[in-house]
Design a protein around this ligand. Structure first.
Ligand code: PA5
Length: 468
């Protein structure tokens, strides 16, 4: 396991390297008490309230066996697996699939996909996207996994209604065998639909919110269906948990990272960029953006004070965004922390071909590998950020595999929980999201939302002179 241990390098956050915007050792020393309190808060609340996710690496043996058996049945019976869901019910499955399967997975013939179905994740209610889905799947060969913790989210229920109707029309009584629901054990409408229609169901355990749910059936089923080793993912999460057991920032990487971000926020760095140097991790940045943004973006602290805290998460991709964003990151405002994610060993080595001996300014590339090039570009970006005095730090993955992805996701869940505790906010609610959900219900006439509808009717009429 040690050989797959993630490494966090925060040197470029320190004043002695990055200059005036960095932290002194004394500042870190002073922050240790806050970090210790945050660690103690997380430890004291493990497995309770909305921190059920801390137990997921340990308490799912039976469910994991069931998921693996079901995944085999799905692989034998279906050619397409479609996740219906949004936000925390969609971003994890997308991130995992991109990280751990072939980058052109859906374009491969079935035998090169290990006999696994193609995967589609519907993370929106754009009518064009829904219509396009019908063009690339065959209903009679498709299994749909409807995922919603609340069992009421308009987007997910809309996707469900459309597909369920299409399935029934095409397959009659057999339709119900094409749907698996993943939802709360008791609450919400999806569980009622399971009972009414007889769908197979998986339960999202108590205390596991959408954005913390990747390591439960929300993420595990799609991953197993696509041939991913979900036991290794959970083992990676458990390993990260086991090496994060100290209240000392120098012996607990997620706690160190959270402390750095907390200090940075206090200095006005209200943007957090995640920049993986690997296409496989491109959508990990989307998953991170939801986790960090929804968890830490809060109006009130736990004492009821208006604080309006949170860092705006931004996704970037190395090296692609060196040609788009890095100019801003190196010469723009000092309002960001850039987290670079590097990989020691990519899963393949591609040699750069010879053939340009007469042009030295191109020929220098020949004989190297793309692996060397992407690594050099990562190091060069770290250097450029350092030289320009912009805060940055690096997480290194020995390689991208199911174990290290479990580690990485658990690292970020812990970092988020620690940082939320330092900010003294409720990390696990999302009142701003609920506000939008409720307004949508009201606008579309959901019963019980008359008051919200009346509130919406109070919005001042728009002044036409501001519409051009
Ligand atoms: O993190 C969260 O709780 C949210 O982003 C949810 O995942 C998202 O709103 C979807 O909610 P639900 O799973 O209830 O349909």
């Amino acid at each position: 396991m040690e050989k797959y241990r993630l490494r966090l390098d925060v040197n470029n956050m320190m004043a002695q390297y990055v200059g005036a915007k960095g932290f002194t050792e004394q500042e870190l020393e002073n922050a240790k008490a806050d970090a210790k309190k945050a660690f103690e808060f997380v430890e004291a609340n493990r497995g309770t309230g909305m921190m059920g996710w801390t137990e997921l690496p340990y308490n799912q043996n039976d469910i994991v066996d069931d998921i693996i058996a079901t995944a085999k049945e799905i692989q034998n019976k279906f050619d397409y697996f479609v996740v219906l869901g949004i936000g925390g019910s969609a971003l994890g499955p997308i991130a995992i699939q991109q990280a751990l399967n072939h980058l052109h997975y859906n374009d491969l013939p079935k035998e090169k996909r290990g006999g696994c179905p193609k995967l589609f994740v519907e993370d929106n209610v754009d009518p064009e996207r829904m219509s396009a889905l019908f063009d690339v799947i065959e209903l009679e060969k498709t299994c749909f996994n409807v995922i919603s913790k609340s069992g009421s989210t308009s987007e997910t229920m809309t996707q469900y209604l459309i597909l369920w109707d299409a399935l029934k029309k095409k397959l009659g009584d057999e339709a119900k065998n094409h749907i698996i629901a993943t939802t709360d054990a008791e609450k919400g409408n999806l569980i009622k639909l399971c009972q009414k229609e007889g769908f197979k169901k998986y339960v999202i355990p108590d205390g596991v919110g959408g954005r913390f749910s990747e390591m439960c059936p929300v993420g595990l089923l799609a991953a197993a269906v696509c041939g991913i080793d979900i036991k290794a993912m959970l083992a990676g999460a458990a390993y990260m948990d086991s090496i994060s057991k100290s209240d000392d920032i120098y012996a607990n990487a997620p706690l160190m990272a959270a402390t750095m971000q907390y200090l940075a926020m206090n200095k006005g760095c209200n943007i957090s960029v995640m920049m993986p140097y690997a296409d496989s991790l491109k959508f990990m940045a989307d998953w991170y953006c939801q986790l960090w943004g929804e968890s830490l973006g809060k109006k009130y602290d736990l004492d009821g004070n208006v604080v309006n805290v949170g860092q705006t998460p931004v996704k970037a991709l190395g090296v692609t965004d060196q040609h788009s964003q890095v100019q801003l990151y190196t010469e723009g405002p000092f309002d960001k922390v850039v987290t670079i994610i590097g990989v020691d060993n990519y899963r393949t080595v591609v040699k750069i071909a010879d053939g340009c001996e007469d042009i030295p300014a191109v020929n220098f590339l020949c004989g190297h590998t793309m692996n060397e090039l992407i690594t050099a570009e990562r190091v060069a970006t770290e250097y450029a950020l350092l030289k320009s005095g912009h805060l940055n730090h690096t997480i290194m993955l020995p390689e991208v595999n199911a174990f290290t992805i479990g580690e990485l996701m658990y690292f970020y869940e812990l970092e988020t929980a620690y940082c939320g505790a330092m900010l003294n906010i409720n990390t696990f609610d999302q009142p701003g999201v609920e506000e939008g959900k409720n307004a949508t219900y009201a606008l579309l006439g959901r019963p019980g939302y008359d008051e919200k509808r009346a509130e919406l009717n109070q919005i001042p009429q728009k002044d036409n002179k501001f519409i051009v």
